[in-house]
Design a protein around this ligand. Sequence first.
Ligand SMILES: O=C(O)CCC(=O)c1ccccc1C(=O)O
Ligand SMILES: [Mg+2]
Length: 370
Amino acid sequence: MNIAEIELYVIQMPLKSPFVTHLEAVNDRKGIIVKVTCKDGVSGFGEGVAFSTPWYTEETVTTSLHMLKDILIPLLQKHPIKHPEEASKLFSSIRRNNMAKAALETALWDLYAKSQTKPLSKILNGTRPAIASGVVVATDSTVKAIQQIEQYLEQGYQRIKVKINPNQDYAFLAEIRRHYPDLPIMADANSSYSLQDIDRLKALDDLNLMMIEQPLAHDDIIEHAQLQKEIRTPICLDESIVTFEDARKAIEFGSCKVINIKVGRVGGLYEAKRIHDYCFEKGIPVWCGGMIEFGISRVHNIALASLPGFSIPGDISASSRFWEEDIITPEVTVENGFITVPESPGIGYEINENRLQEVLLAKKTFTFPK
Ligand SMILES: O=C(O)CCC(=O)c1ccccc1C(=O)O
Ligand SMILES: [Mg+2]
């Protein structure tokens, strides 16, 4: 791919309002933007989606920077590649650190798509001209949740996801259901239950939820299979699926009926697409998860969600869901509940250079041998 230079930008931006789960309240988001420029001057962009602390996965912004600077970029300098799929294979010699890998791998996909003058969605075999948009409500107040849902429905979102835990489940969801009898609602527990809570989880069956996401341990597929036998609500796995093999085993084992695919969590677009293709073949619906991301990761998600198996509205919302001003231009917008899949080459969005400078904490450049 003839890489000349890689730049890493560390940025930080406040959220419009706190994102509260039982694990963490996110007020400020740090992130990493990766810019890969090839010898003829074309640039591709990726985003590292690890958080500042390891509450969702074990990675952090600091571990991602270490992996990128000291391991992944040097590996790419030593082993030139012709196609982004080779990056995924090259990085497989490094254990885990999926978000760091994805930050670089997704930039290579954007660069490759631009070099082919094709939209990234088409390079990935996407078929949808627009994707259905859903949004997440993350608050510990029922009143706030209903206010937020009201706003989001006015903005056209097609599906609402709410965060739950054993201290905020049945009564909270029942109140939302009472306000919105027909609304497609899903609940995300982020591993806040154990099998001892089975009665609490069974009780949720009468609320007509689309699914319950990751009720049990972040690294479990055994007990989720036991639980799925006992509840009618489909289980969707998020944290438990970090590789293609995890997805294959979870499906074979009956641990879930739906999978949330996140590019960062699985180490890049290649692995995400493999999981999609497998689920599509097995008739397992998938949707694209979110990471409170900036625009670059958001638009990679749009390209991925254009694949045919993404049949459920995911956590891909407008830039304005979290940010006063995003780092891309134009911003991602939702119209009548849909986000248009761009038709220009690569990710199909530009960097908002002024905004990037405003939120920049640090920058580092790596040059490649001629
Ligand atoms: O819309 C979004 O970006 C939020 C999606 C979300 O729920 C989330 C955000 C950060 C970390 C984990 C999760 C999750 O899906 O569990
Ligand atoms: Mg989740």
